[in-house]
Design a binder for this molecule. Structure first.
Ligand SMILES: [Zn+2]
Ligand SMILES: [Zn+2]
Length: 245
């Protein structure tokens, strides 16, 4: 499933191959209209005793394999097992907040019980794929947001994606590349307990490139205002170093 599926929680059909109760005999293993008879070898005890020297040994009855009863006429559908292997598609409900490797226990959806007994449980291991946009750390999410040098220096308002509607955050003047902004309760729902994790927005300042000559001129002006030596930005010097102006 995707990270977004894990955020909202989904219903998902899955295919399972399992032993299901035999419909012909209702799980008893006996041909309909007949019933199991007491084992003659052990008299229903499931064990046989034998004398060995001074010792009395008890062994599992070889005739009924310890069950105490034998099938006089076994059910033809299941050959007396009470269950048949079947492939079924069942729809499971995956709660919000599951993580990679979360094991879900679905009570009563496992193999049929012995001779019509209660069925076991089904365990489903969840795999959550990576998202292109959001990185998950526990219940917190991280997302990168690119801003320009003027936006970082002067400050701006920036809409950022969340798992729901976008939220506008305030980027304060002088924001450095890599600065983290925290949006509380915008992370993943907590599987155990209430609430949600946080969403961290990482500001990435993009260095301007492929500038026009006008933009280069403005940057030189800016450098001059910082008191930098204008000679180092001389077009002919730059051309010598980098092969272009
Ligand atoms: Zn049967
Ligand atoms: Zn027996």
């Amino acid at each position: 499933m995707t990270l977004r599926d894990a955020y909202v929680g989904i219903k998902k059909p899955i295919r399972v191959v399992r032993a299901e109760r035999c419909e012909t005999c209702g799980g008893s293993g006996a041909k309909p209209g007949t019933s199991a008879a007491t084992c003659k070898t052990c008299g229903g005890a499931g064990q046989v005793r034998s004398q060995r020297g001074f010792f009395m040994m008890a062994q599992t009855c070889p005739t009924c394999r310890g069950e105490g009863t034998v099938m006089s006429s076994p059910c033809s559908s299941c050959r007396g097992a009470g269950a048949v292997e079947k492939a079924s598609t069942i729809t499971i409900k995956i709660p919000p907040g599951v993580r990679e490797g979360t094991s879900l226990r679905i009570s009563g959806a496992g193999q049929a019980g012995f001779r019509g007994g209660a069925p076991g449980d089904l365990f489903v291991v969840v795999h959550v794929g990576r998202d292109k946009h959001f990185i998950r750390e526990g219940d917190d999410l991280y997302v990168e947001e690119h801003i320009s040098i003027p936006q970082a220096s002067l400050g701006c308002e920036k809409p950022v994606d969340t798992m729901e509607e976008p939220v506008t955050i305030k980027i304060p003047p002088g924001t450095q590349s890599g600065a983290l902004f925290r949006l509380r309760d915008r992370g993943m729902p907590r599987l155990e307990g209430r609430g949600q994790g946080d969403l961290f927005v990482k500001a990435i300042v993009d260095i301007a490139k492929d500038l026009t000559s006008k933009q280069r001129e403005l940057l030189r002006e800016f450098a001059k205002s910082l008191g930098e030596d204008p000679g180092q930005y001389d077009e002919s010097v730059l051309k010598k170093i980098f092969g272009r102006g």
